[in-house]
Design a protein around this ligand. Structure first.
Ligand SMILES: Cc1cc2nc3c(=O)[nH]c(=O)nc-3n(C[C@H](O)[C@H](O)[C@H](O)COP(=O)(O)O)c2cc1C
Length: 193
């Protein structure tokens, strides 16, 4: 992997919370492996919701009518160009927060590209770290994982996930050494040197 082609995207609207903490930990662990990751936060970008107009299907370069009005294309291009990516997100009502879902829906233009042109299968690796406040719940992460898997397919990523339950207050993960060890282990197994 090229040294600086690892994207980490923090997807919470809450600054300094649990998924931000996870994103920083992933960043540190990635640096320790001699890589040079880029850490971005979705809340710093303007991303408008998909209009469902389908114009991207017929547009030059599959561009979106909203491209001139926000920064979504810039982010999607970064995801597309990266060789590996890690998405850190909270669970909101059994799914990802609205801002992240907006980015995912805007991925439709890359879905159209995939449908019409296909992709060279390199099977890039994507990771996600999802955090949820509830301590129990079989279905807490199901919807988000399904959505992320199919969002990432047109970008040629296969998804591996780490889902952490019982992480709710802003410092919960920061104060939980056991879950931090689980996160380190996950990174150790999934991020190459
Ligand atoms: C609007 C909203 C909806 C939430 N919905 C859920 C939920 O469905 N299940 C759950 O376990 N936690 C839920 N939570 C709790 C968050 O997942 C939890 O606080 C998480 O640690 C937030 O991550 P962050 O600190 O990275 O923002 C919700 C929190 C908010 C603000």
């Amino acid at each position: 992997m090229k040294k600086n082609n690892f994207l980490i995207l923090g997807c919470s609207p809450r600054k300094g919370g649990n998924s931000d903490y996870a994103a920083h930990r992933v960043m540190d662990l990635t640096l320790n492996k001699g890589l040079d990751p880029e850490l971005l936060f979705l809340r710093d970008y303007k991303v408008m919701p998909c209009l469902g107009c389908h114009q991207c299907a017929d547009a030059k370069n599959f561009s979106c009518v909203l491209d001139k009005h926000d920064q979504c294309r810039e982010l999607l291009e970064i995801i597309d160009q990266a060789e590996m990516a890690c998405f850190c997100s909270p669970i909101y009502f059994y799914h990802v927060p609205a801002g992240f879902k907006a980015l995912i829906d805007r991925g439709q233009s890359f879905y159209e590209r995939w449908m019409q042109k296909g992709i060279t299968k390199k099977h890039k690796k994507a990771l996600c770290v999802l955090v949820a406040g509830r301590k129990k719940g079989e279905n807490l992460f199901k919807g988000s994982l399904l959505t992320m898997k199919y969002f990432l397919e047109p970008f040629d990523y296969d998804l591996s996930d780490l889902c952490l339950k019982g992480v709710d207050l802003k410092n919960d993960l920061k104060e939980n050494l056991e879950l931090q060890a689980v996160l380190s282990d996950f990174c150790e197994k999934n991020i190459p040197h």
